[in-house]
Design a protein. Structure first.
Length: 97
């Protein structure tokens, strides 16, 4: 999967730049000094929904069918959310304001 770039000057952004941008609303390009709107792609939103449904299914399944005292469902849900947390920069898109 390809990382996004500045929509004005096409400067490619690194994973770490995008990782720190994920909580911002606006990106100001250091090269062309133009601002862009930061958005999460449709694919990223779909994946977030699928992961949330998967995590809820695991919790429900473990509460109903697995005996109490096992930690694997908690660990599995944690791994799902940790994976998504580190994949978020791949789903960031920049749009011209
Ligand atoms: Zn730029």
């Amino acid at each position: 999967m390809k990382l996004t770039h500045c929509p004005h000057c096409k400067k490619n952004l690194t994973y770490f730049e995008l990782y720190f941008l994920r909580k911002e609303d606006e990106y100001c390009c250091p090269v062309c000094k133009e601002s862009s709107l930061i958005k999460i792609s449709k694919y990223g939103k779909t994946l977030a929904s699928v992961m949330l449904i998967g995590a809820l299914s695991i919790v429900t399944f473990s509460l109903l069918l697995i005996r109490r005292g096992t930690f694997w469902p908690i660990i599995f849900v944690f791994v799902i959310f940790a994976a998504f947390y580190f994949l978020v920069p791949l789903f960031i898109e920049l749009e011209i304001i």
